[in-house]
Design a binder for this molecule. Structure first.
Ligand code: SDX
Length: 425
């Protein structure tokens, strides 16, 4: 680590406290405050706005410049040149696969896509009207009942098998959540199909028809998964790391990430964007909703806008908008009313001082829902799609943490409650 130092002077403390400062390969320096507890102080940072929770080599985001790198490769280059599974390999191994590695990895994933038949029984207990995220987090957590006893988190080979299994099984489980809701039989994965093609087949295929997935929609689906693959220490990835820091079963850790992603402030925003565009209903209503988004007394927020880190365009949103154009054109719905409202809403917001001053730009969720709806995926499944795409990121961070020296995550607090008092009996 570097020899840079920070001096912290505190009223009432004689000597300044010296703290080490570390430099990353890029991005802000960090101040190591871990010694403060020994000097009777905690740092205070609700929402972890200024907190680096760990060291990582996986993903870098420059929010001011709208840059997203996976192992150094810009997201727009990955989206244009490689597949989702290539990106999974990159996140897990640090490099893109060569031709041999690509074939082997695709084969490994292909032969882990089936789930234990017992998993089918879990769905029998869910009401048909269950939210797909409720079902997904339950059955992913249930995988820990099938893979636990001889799983050694400290064994790199065991961790590799966990990563392959969860990446492979997530689309199968995701499609099962949809099929249960529509009362259709589950479709088995086909070993002669690509990852995204297989997912769309398991979603929309039936035992009564021969497989028939549009290559253009399969490609769009693959890129949507890729754009969601990882995003540094976001809320759900930090949840997976925190759960994993106790040594918990990795499938249970991924289920905790799914739970965190479900919230509308995080991965649930894509579902909320569609509901909001439908509520706006017509371009003439946009101004009213912009005013509501700016009104401090109105809890209404423009879903799909703003980001904790990006204070510029989310580079994923830019790629997503291009895919939107292509898919709607391919489907002959380029004049989709929701897409028209979204484009107009984006234009108006980006010219409005409220959004400009707060650097609120469209994020990854703003356009994804329009594409998914055009593909025929119901809004309740949007965050399930996000979960399927984010699985490699979650498990890569879990693996990175377990392959390095780590301690159980255990934040402290600023206590504002009662001091010690005696019960009056
Ligand atoms: C994802 O972290 C990640 O990396 C997440 C993610 C990933 O890939 O994992 O990128 C995926 O979660 C994308 C974000 C999806 N969420 C939404 O689209 C929901 C709408 N956006 C917001 O709720 C909000 O922008 C957040 C939650 C995304 C960010 O919240 P912050 O960083 O806590 O910002 P803030 O709430 O402090 O807002 C700063 C100001 C406030 O106004 P002031 O009090 O300063 O006057 O901006 C305003 C907010 O009111 N603001 C918005 C707004 N977002 C922020 N005003 C209207 N509409 C919005 N969408």
């Amino acid at each position: 680590m570097s020899e840079k130092k920070a001096q912290l002077t505190i009223d009432g403390v004689d000597k300044p406290i010296e703290l080490p400062v570390y430099e990353g390969s890029t991005g802000p320096d960090v101040i190591d405050v871990s010694s403060l507890v020994g000097q009777g102080f905690f740092t205070y940072d609700p929402g972890f706005m200024s907190t680096a929770s760990c060291e990582s080599d996986i993903t870098f985001i420059d929010g001011d410049k709208g840059v997203l790198l996976h192992r150094g490769y810009p997201i727009e280059q990955l989206a244009a040149n490689v597949s989702f599974l290539d990106t999974c390999f990159l996140l897990l191994n640090g490099e893109l696969p060569d031709a041999t590695e690509k074939g082997e990895f695709e084969n490994t994933i292909r032969y882990h896509t089936m789930v234990d038949e017992q998993i089918h029984n879990f769905f029998k207990g869910f009401p048909r009207t269950s939210h797909p995220m409720a079902m997904l987090l339950s059955v992913v957590g249930a995988l820990s009942a099938f893979y636990h006893d001889n799983l050694d988190n400290d064994n790199p080979e065991h961790r590799k098998i966990v990563a392959h299994r969860i990446i492979a099984k997530m689309p199968t489980l995701a499609a099962m959540c949809y099929k249960h809701g529509v009362g259709q039989p589950f479709m088995y994965p086909q070993n002669d199909m690509g990852f995204a093609e297989n997912f769309l087949h398991m979603m929309f295929g039936t035992p009564c028809d021969a497989p028939n997935v549009s290559p253009i929609l399969a490609k769009a689906m693959d890129t949507i998964f890729l754009l969601h693959a990882d995003h540094e220490q976001n809320a759900s990835t930090s949840t997976v790391r925190l759960a994993g820091s106790s040594g918990a079963n990795p499938y249970a850790c991924i289920a905790s990430g799914i739970a965190a992603l479900w919230g509308p402030a995080h991965g649930g925003a894509n579902e909320a964007v569609l509901a909001q565009l439908a509520e706006i209903g017509d371009e003439k209503n946009i101004e009213e909703y912009i005013l509501r988004a700016k009104d401090k007394d109105d809890p209404f927020r423009l879903m799909g806008f703003g980001h904790r880190v990006y204070k510029n365009f989310d580079p994923r949103a830019t790629v997503m908008r291009e895919i939107c154009n292509e898919v709607l054109d391919d489907l002959g719905v380029e004049d989709d009313p929701l897409f028209r409202i979204a484009r107009k809403l984006e234009k108006i917001a980006l010219e409005d001082d409220y959004f400009i001053d707060r650097k609120l730009y469209p994020n990854v969720d703003f356009y994804s829902g329009i594409i998914l709806k055009a593909i025929g995926i119901p809004t309740s499944m949007f965050t399930v799609i996000f979960s399927t795409g984010r699985t490699p990121g979650w498990i890569a961070h879990w693996d990175e943490m377990l392959s390095s020296s780590f301690r159980i995550g255990r934040p402290r607090q600023l206590y504002k409650g009662h001091t010690k008092r005696t019960i009056k009996v």
